[in-house]
Design a protein around this ligand. Structure first.
Ligand SMILES: Nc1ncnc2c1ncn2[C@@H]1O[C@H](COP(=O)(O)OP(=O)(O)OP(=O)(O)O)[C@@H](O)[C@H]1O
Ligand SMILES: [Mg+2]
Length: 280
């Protein structure tokens, strides 16, 4: 079996140095963001967002359009830097320099627009930017990539009729599954999914939910997923966070809240904001 080593992949540390002394060290916090602010010129997309992702948990992020969810994801994956605020990975303060830097630390993102190459085969997509080459040559080792892609898809239980198929010819659900397979193959420890179920039929959504729950059950992965459907999020996530206008307005264990409660919070926030606006 060929395993391509991922350069710089850091194993989870077994001991932690004190961060701030006051708090008992949260060994389970894989990722922590503190007071993240992001501005684009006059627009404040994130206005002091903090979050924690524990080992092996699924955190669901809900919120209005334009609330800052994708902006937060892009910061957590090194795609763009925060204007201020701190990120801690494995308890160590980390300034993510790039997407590649985040990847080397085991953070992978599946964006909503997927970033798959539609004209390439399934197996080329799984190895996109991480191609296996013949040692000493700049020639693709297609045979090894094909074999490894089949193994990887089998291992995570994704059925694709042929790894030779062009990705553009597959369904949205299958493409999403391949994007996740690619992240899994890269040995992601932290997987960020931006609206993985958007525009998906019930059957395709079920396929992705199943895959996400299986990855969680294996215990090696922590997942942040941005979602729109409240009920679905409460079903899948361990914890949920509600974002509105660049802030976290509510956070809860998924089991301790409900769709009606979340709807009430959203409505109340909205009314409060409207009243505030009118009186200003
Ligand atoms: N590159 C950018 N330049 C300027 N403004 C931006 C940029 N990226 C995001 N914004 C602004 O930041 C705010 C948050 O956008 P973001 O895409 O994070 O929202 P979102 O919560 O993901 O929304 P949606 O649910 O619609 O995907 C919006 O007002 C958006 O216009
Ligand atoms: Mg978004």
């Amino acid at each position: 079996m060929t395993h391509t080593p991922i350069a710089g992949l850091r194993a989870p540390p077994t001991t932690y140095a004190a961060l701030d002394g006051a708090e008992p060290l949260a060994v389970t916090d894989l990722l922590r963001a503190e007071n993240i602010v992001k501005t684009f010129g006059p627009v404040t997309a994130l206005n002091g967002v903090s979050l924690r992702l524990r080992r092996g948990e699924i955190l669901g992020i809900l919120g209005d359009n334009g609330a800052g969810k994708s902006t937060l994801m892009k910061i957590l994956t090194g795609y763009q830097p925060q204007s201020s605020g701190k990120l801690y990975i494995d308890g160590a303060e980390t300034a993510l320099r790039s997407v590649d830097h985040a990847r080397a630390l085991g953070i992978e993102c599946v964006y909503q627009d997927l970033a798959l190459a539609n004209s390439l085969s399934v197996y080329h997509n799984i190895f996109l930017n991480r191609e296996i080459l013949y040692p000493g040559f700049h020639i693709l080792n297609n045979r090894a990539m094909r074999r490894e892609a089949i193994r990887c898809l089998e291992e995570i239980g994704v059925y694709i009729p042929s790894v030779d198929a062009e990705v553009g010819a597959l369904s949205g659900g299958q493409r999403q599954a391949i994007a996740i397979a690619r992240a899994v193959h890269a040995r992601a420890r932290i997987l960020l999914l931006d609206e993985p179920l958007a525009a998906m039929g019930a059957r395709e959504a079920a396929l992705i939910i199943d895959l996400i729950l299986r990855l969680k059950a294996e215990g090696n992965m922590s997942i942040i997923m941005i979602m729109h459907n409240y009920a679905q999020t409460l079903d899948i996530a361990d914890r949920i966070m509600l974002m509105q206008r660049g802030q976290v307005t509510y956070e809860s264990d998924a089991r301790s809240t409900s769709v009606p409660e979340l709807m009430t919070i959203v409505r109340r926030e909205y009314q409060h904001f409207q009243t505030h606006k009118e009186s200003a």
